[in-house]
Design a protein around this ligand. Structure first.
Ligand code: UDP
Ligand code: MG
Length: 316
């Protein structure tokens, strides 16, 4: 065997209510790695599941020394769960994937090959969005359109199916923000990047756990984390409104002086509506950033771990 085969790959999988299939799914991942003679460890992060996921993954960790089970103290969401996984991973490279096999594990050997060829970030790009609901697809489109425009970072068809070199993981760990957006962070850090295309598979069991509300929250976190463009929009809008106000003011005064002054109720109502809505919107946007500052400044940990199960192999 070549020496480079000894490099260890950590596979980080966030798990939330996946008890129905997690054992089989992870066995499938393990088999693929073994067939490709990849030395791996599995880091399963239970994100406060309400079903029997924890019982299953803790049992798996006790049976197999390559499996680490981490349990968060409650449901923190996928993003903090990923952070917990990255923190617990010890491999020379980390692969992040979903538990539901929508990120096809057959690509793992290919990702590892690209990494060994020198890539530091190997990103999965969705060639199609699989069988997703129309409304979901629409939201995803809107979501990515918004972030692409606002941040200038290309997120389109990006996925959380990624391989990160140890260097990249360490760089991401240095980012102190509390409200994380994994895709944004891994794009922001830079490094030698390469992509591969994959077809999104169908979820093995159960339904997607992302509600519309969660998607919107993620979109807001994404935008407010990577750009302050909305704040600048407010300023620009303010200037435009001010110019409009001057022009209208001059016209109104002229009418008054010239004696044409009519009951300009239409204008008044329109102005009231327009200005009112602008102010509300602007306050809202400022509020979003304030909220972010508030959350960050509290400096709370991203997640809390309640248990870690790892059968320590005898390190040689
Ligand atoms: N997930 C999680 N915490 C949550 C929601 C989801 O850790 O609060 C995990 C879930 O177990 C899965 C991954 O995130 O491994 C993706 O979730 P899902 O398949 O529900 O989302 P989608 O594929 O629709 O993006
Ligand atoms: Mg899924």
């Amino acid at each position: 065997m070549e020496t480079e085969l000894q490099k260890k790959i950590s596979i980080v999988v966030p798990v939330y209510n996946e008890g129905a299939h997690i054992r089989e799914s992870m066995a499938c991942v393990g088999r693929i790695c073994e067939d490709a003679s990849i030395l791996y460890e599995l880091v399963l992060v239970d994100d406060g599941s309400k079903d029997n996921s924890w019982e299953i993954i803790s049992a798996m960790a006790k049976e197999d020394e390559r499996i680490t089970a981490v349990r968060l103290s409650r449901n923190f969401g996928k993003e903090p769960a990923l952070c917990a996984g990255l923190d617990a991973a010890s491999g020379d490279a980390v692969i992040v994937m979903d538990a539901d096999l929508q990120h096809p594990p057959q690509f793992i050997p290919e990702m590892v090959r690209l990494w060994k060829e020198g890539a530091e970030v190997v990103e999965g790009v969705k060639s199609s969005r699989g069988k997703e609901k129309k409304s979901y697809r629409f939201c995803a489109k809107l979501f990515y359109g918004m972030i692409n425009k606002a941040t200038g970072i290309e997120f389109d068809n990006a996925s959380d199916f990624k391989l990160l070199d140890r260097k990249v993981v360490e760089a991401m760990k240095q980012m102190p923000e509390r409200m994380t957006f994994f895709r944004g962070m891994s794009a922001w850090v830079g490094f030698e990047r390469t992509t591969f295309e994959f077809e999104v598979a169908e979820r093995v069991v159960g339904a997607s756990k992302w509600s519309l509300k969660r998607l919107i929250t993620l979109a807001v976190t994404a935008v407010t984390s990577y750009t302050s463009a909305p704040l600048h929009c407010i300023t620009v809008l303010g200037v435009v409104m001010f110019i409009g106000a001057i022009i209208l003011g001059i016209q109104t005064l002229y009418m008054k002086v010239a004696g044409y002054a009519q009951d300009g109720f239409t204008t008044v109502i329109l102005l009231l509506l327009l200005i009112g809505s602008m102010i509300m919107m602007s306050l809202g946007i400022i509020g979003l950033y304030l909220m972010k500052i508030y959350h960050e400044i509290k400096g709370r940990p991203r997640y809390l771990t309640s248990r870690v199960i790892r059968r320590k192999e005898e390190e040689k």
